[in-house]
Design a protein around this ligand. Structure first.
Ligand code: ATP
Length: 601
């Protein structure tokens, strides 16, 4: 019951519709009550009590209603069919209304849940995405939310309505004959115990099922995004085997679920049959004793048999709701993760900056086992270009990611123009930083919208100017629809050099005082490389630039070069100074230009 209430909690913001659905369900219960009770006068009138046989002395529900409506004995026989129609029509009308309102609640709840989840995800910090699997997230956002939808829109409506019907029928049987009702329900707990057992098992197994479904989504996602690598390593069979193992495991869990789900209905039905036979035996004795009329007994039996549908549907609804409760738990788990990096309560917007970046004894680790950045201090002045070089995995990307606050240092301070970045709002900080990442991140949209991403309405001339400076204008105009050409998922319709130039155009258009550039490692042909070099030189002009350079040629003219080694700054200085030092930088240089050949100009 606590779980169902938790689902109801989700719907509490739709109070109006919920109340309407409740009221309509109460009317469904009322018309069910009238319908059942109509059986009594019908049977007693149509199968007239034999003259010597007196009926029970108490006033029945329908006797009271007929007296209130001023309907006498002779009118009654004519009116009975009409009353049956009214009761059935009333029940149908309110069933429709309650179901319609509840479906409305479901659609609204699920829309809000999806929107909340997406908003929550977008604001999550990088560490969250490092930890979570994309497939698992997708599964929670689609599969789990769908299950909750089914439960609220369908089963919850059934649940409320059938509960009211059951209540009406229960009141009906107790009013007709308390003793017969009590005797009948002595064996009811028989039905409740297995129902509880079935529910528990179903909930447990469906949680396992959802987890396995997440794994399948994960494998699917990897197979789609990593399809090229799978082909390159001819590991199709290995991937297929992994997938088959996951689906087989999901299948086994589903079959267990099917076993429990399928058994519960016939089992409940059998118990219903036992109850029916018992009632027939006791009821006939009560008629012979003159406590109830045959009409009363007819209504009683009708009510008992009509209980079968709501109990059965309650059981079915309960199964769906239990599965949804498990899904709800998974969704709540996700919503409970607060973004690790948020605006401090006292944060102010960062004023317009000059572009001085200071690291003061900054350390950082992704996990407790090993520090990634150790005690780094440096300063990059306004409009200076600082380059970071070092072996792969030395910690260069980590250093620059700390400036945008994608991660938070474990100790030390990062300042921009002397202001601690933790004391300003994330939005105001990031809006003044330009970022060109190693892996070019583009969206499935047109070239134009990708260049102007996040900037709203930008005059077309400015977009073209940025593209020209980024050496991208020519290839863009050669595309079938020019600037309006779609570039495919993650820019898949473009070459990697073209993607990089689009990303540079985007940074140029934003025109940030500080530019952070993680140079792409992918090898480009000389022609593309030359284009990129010109584009980069353009983008670095007149702003503070922090660049991670994989090609020394990019940074020969940098004001300062920092050599990163095992998370520390091992050397720093200009190209000439470092070359003369004969240290790590010299080794890196000699590795790139073994015969002292010159960098591409
Ligand atoms: P490259 O030149 O190959 O891009 P890098 O110098 O930029 O390398 P980083 O990406 O900063 O190196 O990585 C530094 C260390 O931190 C590496 O040992 C890497 O394995 C680890 N690392 C990087 N990102 C994460 C992450 N998200 N979670 C845990 N460890 C990470």
């Amino acid at each position: 019951m606590k779980d169902i209430l938790a689902l109801f909690q989700l719907a509490r913001r739709e109070k109006k519709l919920l109340i309407l659905s409740f009221v309509c369900s109460a009317f469904v219960g009322f018309f069910t009550y009238v319908f059942v009770n109509l059986v009594q006068p019908i049977m007693d009138k149509l199968f007239q009590l034999s003259p010597g046989q007196a009926g029970p002395q108490k006033a029945r529900f329908m006797d009271t209603v007929f007296r209130a409506l001023g309907i006498n004995e002779t009118q009654l026989v004519k009116l009975l069919p009409l009353l049956v129609l009214v009761a059935i029509f009333g029940k149908g009308l309110f069933t429709f209304l309650s179901s319609y309102f509840m479906k409305g609640v479901g659609h609204r709840v699920v829309k809000r849940l999806r929107d909340d989840l997406f908003t929550h995800l977008v604001y999550q910090s990088n560490s969250f995405f490092d930890r979570m699997l994309t497939g698992d997230l997708m599964s929670r956002l689609t599969n789990d939310v769908d299950k909750i939808h089914q439960a609220i829109s369908g089963s919850m409506a059934d649940f409320i309505e059938e509960l009211f019907i059951l209540l009406a029928l229960l009141v009906g049987v107790f009013v007709i004959d308390v003793r017969l009702a009590v005797v009948s329900f002595v064996i009811t707990p028989l039905a409740v115990i297995p129902l509880a057992l079935f529910s528990r098992q179903l909930k447990k197994k469906s949680l396992v099922g959802q987890r396995k479904m997440s794994e399948i989504y994960g494998l699917l996602h990897e197979a789609i995004t990593g399809n090229m690598i799978i082909k390159a390593f001819t590991s199709e069979e290995f991937e297929i085997k992994k997938f088959l193992r996951a689906t087989a495991s999901y299948f086994r869990t589903n079959m267990k679920l099917a076993w429990i789900g399928s058994l519960s209905s016939p089992f409940m039905e059998f118990i219903g049959g036992v109850v029916g036979a018992f009632i027939l035996y006791v009821g006939t004795r009560r008629i012979t004793q003159g406590v109830i009329s045959p009409g009363d007994f007819g209504a009683f039996v009708m009510a008992i048999f009509m209980m079968y549908t709501p109990i059965n549907r309650l059981n079915r609804a309960n199964n769906v709701i239990q599965q949804a409760v498990a899904c709800h738990q998974r969704v709540q788990e996700l919503l409970a993760v607060a973004p690790q990096i948020q605006d401090a309560p006292t944060a102010n917007p960062l004023p317009s900056i000059q572009g001085r970046v200071t690291f003061d004894r900054v350390s950082f680790c992704y996990n407790e086992t090993r520090p990634t950045i150790v005690d780094i201090s440096f300063e990059v002045g306004r409009n200076e270009t600082a380059a970071f070089v070092g072996l792969s995995g030395a910690g260069k990307t980590t250093i620059i990611n700390l400036i945008s606050r994608f991660y938070e240092p474990t100790s030390g301070t990062i300042m921009i123009d002397g202001i601690d970045v933790r004391e300003v709002t994330l939005g105001s900080l990031r809006s003044q930083l330009g970022l060109v990442t190693q892996e070019t991140i583009l969206f499935n949209d047109t070239v134009r919208n990708n260049i102007a991403y996040g900037l709203g309405d930008v005059p077309f001339e400015r977009i073209i100017a940025a593209a020209r400076a980024a050496q991208a204008h020519e290839f863009i105009t050669a595309l079938p629809q020019g600037y309006d050409s779609p570039i495919g998922e993650r820019g898949g319709l473009l070459s990697s050099g073209q993607r990089q130039r689009l990303a540079i155009a985007r940074a140029l258009l934003k025109n940030p005082p500080i530019l952070i550039l993680d140079e792409a490692t992918s090898a480009l042909d000389t022609e593309s490389e030359r284009f990129i070099q010109i584009a980069l030189a353009n983008v670095m002009k007149g702003r503070t630039t922090l660049v991670i350079a994989h090609r020394i040629s990019t940074i020969r003219n940098a004001d300062r070069i920092f050599v990163v080694d095992c998370g520390r700054i091992a050397e720093s200085g200009t190209h000439e100074e470092l070359y003369g030092l004969n240290g790590i930088y010299r080794k890196l240089y000699d590795l790139q230009f073994p015969e002292g050949e010159e960098a591409i100009p």
